[in-house]
Design a binder for this molecule. Structure first.
Ligand SMILES: [Zn+2]
Length: 65
């Protein structure tokens, strides 16, 4: 019996394409992130964990399903 590692932990999880309000950098973040996500360029906080969802603190451009 072979074991396969699952890369995607939750099928309902969504990824969001967001744009940093400070420097305009676009990046893709995990919609249910349980940790603070910061902008890769200017270190601005983009999401903060709140309960089981992440509170998005920046502009959402699109939702990747
Ligand atoms: Zn930024």
């Amino acid at each position: 019996m072979e074991k396969f590692e699952q890369i995607v932990p939750q099928p309902k999880s969504r990824f969001l394409r967001v744009k940093c309000l400070d420097c305009g950098t676009e990046q893709i973040i995990f919609g249910c992130a349980s940790t603070i996500v910061r902008c890769l360029v200017c270190d601005k906080v983009l999401t903060q964990p709140r309960g089981s969802k992440a509170k998005i603190k920046t502009q959402i451009i699109s939702v990747l399903t």
